[in-house]
Design a protein around this ligand. Structure first.
Ligand code: PEP
Length: 226
């Protein structure tokens, strides 16, 4: 299973160093087949060898250049980072449109990065029965056969709300996505220690992307240990 933690705009360099130390220690005793990925804020990237994959929450599709405030491949390389989050609803809400997400996807693919591509609909869209149509649009013109692709289904109404989507709805979307791609599929949206088991048991679910419940490293470790 894949256990991915999105730390968002939380943790400092100092606190993430402690987080990584505790996680490294705990991972010595977990199943080898699990894949653990953490997306810290970029200011906290660590340069040392880690027992988990360190990913970036954001990057600009360039190696370097005149892109004020952005993060290029050159900066990721310095920390050995080759795992990227693309399409998170919080970045879409800040204005990342399909054109930019596609450019990020293609750049990441060109450089063989592991991509976690997030998709997910608003509650209104779900109520109107338009989820699949909407997800199809979010995945339009992306190479769903890319071998280093993971897709995370993160319904917007469940992100950071404490209310995860219903199992039957997650199951229906993951089944739909599995008909379009062989990529591993994750669920994200208010995953916590009470609901994780039922979520991981869903057919086609290859793991979870966790925000709030992963901010405290002890809680994240408990989710991984099950
Ligand atoms: C996320 O932001 O990717 C996320 C899943 O957040 P939370 O677990 O807090 O809903």
């Amino acid at each position: 299973m894949i256990f991915a933690a999105n730390l968002k705009c939380n943790h400092t360099r100092a606190s993430f160093a402690l987080y990584a130390k505790a996680l490294n220690e705990a991972l010595k005793y977990t199943k080898n087949e699990d894949e653990i990925i953490v997306f810290p804020p970029s200011i906290a990237f660590l340069g040392e060898k880690l027992d988990f994959i360190q990913g970036t929450q954001n990057f600009y599709p360039c190696v370097n250049g005149a892109f004020t405030g952005e993060l290029g491949k050159m900066h990721l390389d310095e920390f050995g980072i080759n795992c990227v989050l693309i399409g998170h609803s919080e970045r879409r809400a800040l204005g990342e449109d399909h054109e930019l997400l596609k450019a990020k996807f293609e750049f990441a693919k060109e450089h063989d990065f592991k991509i976690i591509f997030c998709v997910g609909e608003e509650l209104e869209c779900k109520k109107q029965g338009k989820t699949k149509e909407f997800l199809n649009k979010q995945l339009e013109n992306l190479d769903l056969n890319y071998q280093n692709l993971i897709i995370a289904y993160e319904p917007i109404y469940s992100i950071g709300t404490g209310l995860s989507a219903e199992i039957k709805d997650i199951e229906s979307v993951l089944t739909f996505l599995s008909s379009k791609t062989k990529a591993k599929l994750l669920y994200g949206g208010s995953v916590n220690e009470d609901n994780i088991k039922a979520i991981l048991d869903i057919e086609h679910c290859g793991g979870v992307l966790v925000g709030s419940a992963a901010l405290d490293v002890r809680k994240f470790i408990n989710l991984i240990k099950g």
